[in-house]
Design a binder for this molecule. Structure first.
Ligand code: ZN
Length: 184
């Protein structure tokens, strides 16, 4: 059975059995907070449990590394929508120890692309168009520093109001222990 079939079969039973009842909530975060964290699989359930968050408590935005890499990219837009339209009053950036973005190697990733059929021409063309793939795929040298940078970027954003506290933390993906890095 394919992954999709498996998923659809399970889903049918889930809905039929009204298992969704346990998760009913609204789109507005009950704890009035928005979290930016990493897509790491170890955090999927651990992070909400370790922070005492249940369905409906917080807006959770995820990407590789919990990074705000562009002031007008989709992460920043999501934060702004959470603050202005969804009632989030505080922002939490939560990176984690052992992040995959801390060991990524741009040159290796580019080689994997070539191996999978992406042409050198395409890579060159993007470079000529001003897209620096080495920078785009750059390793995060220090997770706490990266969290700090993202917190400062959110705080200094021209569209984020000054009365929104921004916190930066690092979570242990094994134990769920949080270390506080910065609050602005
Ligand atoms: Zn990560």
């Amino acid at each position: 059975m394919s992954r999709l079939d498996e998923l659809l079969e399970f889903n049918e039973k889930f809905v039929e059995g009204q298992e969704y009842e346990a998760f009913k909530t609204s789109k507005f975060p009950d704890k009035k907070m928005v979290i930016l964290t990493c897509m790491d699989t170890r955090l999927t359930e651990l992070l909400p449990k370790a922070l005492n968050l249940k369905n409906g408590d917080a807006k959770i935005i995820k990407n590789a590394g919990a990074i705000v890499s562009h002031p007008f990219g989709s992460i920043m837009r999501s934060l702004i929508v959470a603050v202005y339209d969804l009632g989030a009053e505080e922002v939490f950036v939560i990176g984690h120890h052992g992040c995959g973005m801390g060991s990524i190697n741009a040159e290796n990733t580019l080689q994997k692309m070539r191996d999978r059929g992406i042409s050198e021409d395409t890579i060159q063309t993007l470079g000529h168009a001003g897209i620096d793939l080495n920078k785009w795929l750059a390793r995060i040298d220090s997770i706490p520093e990266s969290v700090r940078t993202s917190v400062e970027m959110i705080h200094q954003h021209p569209l984020i109001p000054n009365d929104v506290p921004i916190h930066g933390l690092v979570i242990d993906p094994e134990t769920g222990k949080l270390d506080h890095v910065i609050s602005i």
